[in-house]
Ligand binder design. Structure first.
Ligand code: LLP
Length: 433
């Protein structure tokens, strides 16, 4: 159920008019519904009922502190992929003991930080990473809880850029290599083998790939058990898809049924890492039409939001529903147009061939923008990143102010003549003269 509805011709998110938020905070603007995230979190965890489980929200989907705080209050755990995400979770009041640390490239510093605060588990992706983690754990005198991320080699049938469970992807450990690595971890004094993990891709709209992956994981769990290695948890990653247009993703209840029925009598705790499913539908991206332009019979709505704000259309050719926030101006007919931003790239579009009765000055809503929207924004073309607003009921709070040019430029340094302030090549080599 979308939190966005039309009353008296005007789009609202929960009880707040989107046009009023755009007026107050400017555009482009991200707006999120707290109730939508709350409902979805509860639906996800309710779907698994009495089976021991934990929902670890994939922070990368939307890492705004207010959203992490909301999820922490609801009791969510977190799936992180960097030291930065760990810091966000901690500052938002998340419990480190509910955090799983994923990702193929964990640095020594990130491992140290995560061990020191006591995360629940490291999802280890290679032998080299296991060796590094063991060394860091020994040095800090803290035992590292580990789970191996296995690559089950199943086709997630999603966009190739967001498919991660095929053997040609960089993710995970091949099934054939897993037993030996588990034995290696099990004999270490500094590693505590906790579980097994997989994540096969994102925006999955069919159940079969999840079930195939689970079957392969369960076969490994059984083989390990025979070897005397017992696991406490099975982490099935994220990936459950949402509806952007005419997709028909399975309901979370169907997803849970499929998984629980495969599990039989097993009592291992299930971990999940949903990102998109929890936050995509909660978010809308607001952008205003600056110009209407006709080129050789093609109509363009040039808006103030761009690929630097919402990269998904440019990167994955993904489709987001776009509509007018208000009612069309008198006499304005719907016409087919490309909705494009001001960035100097032909891939800078938010939607193509959309029928919209829009003219310059109109406000557009780009739907289902709560996941992988702001989080993938950049300063390309020296554009300030958008502001973010969280709405609950009839209240709206600015949860990230719009970036300013001073924010953007603060980290840079003018040179002057001859790079006088720079270091010499000799100093770079460690010579202090
Ligand atoms: N766990 C791991 C290890 C992941 O890599 C991901 C997403 C998730 C969980 C959460 O997946 P979700 O439930 O959100 O599907 N930027 C792309 C999506 C990239 C997903 C990357 N990994 C997009 O905009 O579609």
């Amino acid at each position: 159920m979308s939190p966005i509805t039309r009353h008296n011709g005007e789009l609202h998110i929960e009880e707040v008019a989107l046009a009023a938020l755009a007026e107050r905070h400017g555009t482009p603007l991200y707006v999120y519904s707290a109730d939508s995230i709350t409902r979805r979190y509860r639906a996800f965890t309710d779907a698994f009922g009495g089976h021991p489980h934990r929902v670890c929200y994939a922070v990368k989907a939307n890492s705004n502190l207010a959203i992490l705080e909301l999820l922490a209050r609801l009791g969510a755990g977190f799936d992180i992929v960097s030291g930065g995400e760990l810091e966000r979770v901690l500052r938002a009041g998340g419990d480190p003991a509910s955090v799983v640390f994923s990702g193929v490239g964990k640095t020594v510093a990130e491992m140290e930080a995560a061990l020191t605060v006591g995360v629940a588990c490291f999802n280890v992706e290679s032998k080299a990473e296991l060796d590094r983690l063991e060394a860091v754990a020994r040095r800090l005198g803290r035992i590292a809880p580990v789970s191996l991320r296995v690559n089950p080699d199943v086709d997630a049938a999603t966009h190739p850029y967001i498919s991660t469970g095929l053997k040609e992807n960089k993710f995970g450990i091949p099934v054939a290599d897993a037993p030996e690595l588990y034995r290696r971890a099990a004999v270490s004094d500094w590693l505590d083998v906790r579980g097994i993990d997989c994540h096969i891709g994102s925006q999955l709209t069919r159940l079969a790939p999840f079930v195939d992956a689970l079957d392969r994981i369960l076969a490994i769990v059984d083989a390990l058990e025979t070897d005397g290695i017992t696991l406490a948890h099975i982490d099935l990653g994220g990936g459950l898809g949402v509806r952007y247009g005419d997709e028909e993703p399975p309901s979370v209840a169907a997803y849970a049924d499929a998984i629980l029925s495969r599990l039989g009598n097993r009592r291992e705790t299930l971990l999940f890492e949903p990102g998109r499913w929890l936050v995509a539908e909660a978010g809308v991206f607001l952008t205003r039409v600056e110009y209407v332009k006709e080129n050789e019979g093609r109509r363009f709505l040039i808006v103030d939001g761009a690929m630097n704000d919402l990269l998904r259309p440019a990167l994955y050719n993904s489709w987001h529903r776009i509509e007018l926030v208000g009612t069309p101006a008198a006499g304005q007919q719907a016409e087919e147009a490309d909705v494009v931003g001001p960035v100097c790239e032909s891939s800078d579009f938010l939607g193509k061939a959309r029928r919209l009765a829009a003219q310059a000055g109109d406000l557009l809503a780009v739907h289902t923008a709560g996941a992988y929207g702001f989080g993938m924004a950049s300063n390309y073309n020296s554009r300030n990143r958008a502001a973010e607003v969280l709405v609950q009921g009839d209240r709206a709070l600015l949860v990230r102010r719009r970036e300013t040019l001073d924010d953007q430029l603060a980290l840079e340094q003018l040179v002057g003549e001859g790079l006088g302030g720079g270091i010499t090549a000799r100093q770079a080599n460690g010579d202090s003269r």
